[in-house]
Design a protein around this ligand. Structure first.
Ligand code: SAM
Length: 270
């Protein structure tokens, strides 16, 4: 298989990756045949997967605009993925010129492509980091340069926590990051769940197995388990809801039943 210029030498391009599968669902071009094959296999069980991803991105953009309207001008986006149309720095920069954004991902393609997109941008940067090592993220020079932890920050954990197994204690990682945030900060989160999926659970499980088989288990949590990530936060209205229902900016943007799979919410630190 030929290695395109944007693929770092360090990566094994014969193994599918979560960020490149996601890029494919969103219509991006930073994915390989192995990624597309895995994506298509999952879609045999859940044809509406791209709809879920689009609803996730649309929520993320509304939440970033909400944060900017609240006066937040710094964004820490962990599990940011491969940049694609409507990235956080674009959306935030439009609502709040000069907004600062740090992206964090552990996928080398996501990091390399973010570096390329952000070259020459003094207000945004990317860190190769792991959500499970919050101290390292907070100590990264890019974070220290762009984010002032004495002022409110929007912490984005969008479509990432369902890739962290309970054994790795995602709750502890979120709590450690949350402890570092100034009052008035926001936690912006989406998470996959069997709740709301317009299919019998056995079929949805087929799609989940595709991720398990590529050694990137997808952890479907209940609404109650997802709500626990917001411990210590006051929920912003309307609370933890299916993605299209979180502060739609017009008449409900999406009426595809798949878009109502999983949950989205924003919490504010007291
Ligand atoms: C489905 S994508 C979501 C991208 C973006 N947040 C969005 O919602 O459009 C999930 C991203 O999380 C990253 N990821 C998964 N586990 C991670 C971890 N422990 N630390 C950092 N990034 C992680 C993956 O590499 C992938 O790019």
């Amino acid at each position: 298989m030929e290695r395109p210029a944007w693929a770092p030498r360090s990566i094994d391009i014969s193994v599918p990756s979560v960020s490149r599968i996601y890029d494919f669902y969103l219509g991006g071009s930073h994915n390989f045949e192995v990624d597309r094959e895995a994506a298509r296999r999952a879609m045999e069980f859940m044809p509406g997967l791209p709809k879920i991803m689009q609803a996730n991105r649309a929520f993320m953009r509304r939440a970033v605009r909400f944060a900017a309207d609240e006066g937040i001008d710094q964004f820490l986006d962990i599990g940011s993925g491969i940049p694609t149309f409507g990235s956080v720095h674009e959306v935030a920069g439009r609502s709040c010129p000069g907004a600062r954004v740090v992206y964090v991902d552990h996928d080398p393609v996501a990091v390399a492509h973010s570096e390329a997109v952000l070259a020459g941008n003094d207000d945004a940067d990317v860190v190769a980091g792991d959500l499970l090592k919050p101290r390292e993220i907070l100590a990264a020079p890019q974070v220290r340069r762009l984010i002032d932890l004495n002022r409110p920050v929007a912490l984005l954990l969008v479509a990432i926590l369902h890739f962290v197994e309970d054994a790795d204690d995602p709750y502890a990682a979120v709590a450690e990051l949350s402890d570092a945030l100034a009052p008035g900060s926001l936690l912006v989160l989406t998470h996959a769940s069997y709740e709301g999926i317009p299919l019998p659970a056995e079929r949805a499980e087929g799609a989940v197995d595709v991720y398990n088989n590529i050694r990137n288990p997808l952890i479907m949590r209940s609404r109650e388990e997802i709500a626990r990530f917001f411990e210590g936060y006051d929920m912003v209205e309307p609370g933890l809801v299916p993605m299209p229902r979180w502060r739609p900016e017009g008449p409900l943007e999406d009426d595809d039943p798949y878009a109502y799979s999983g949950f989205a919410g924003v919490g504010r630190t007291a």
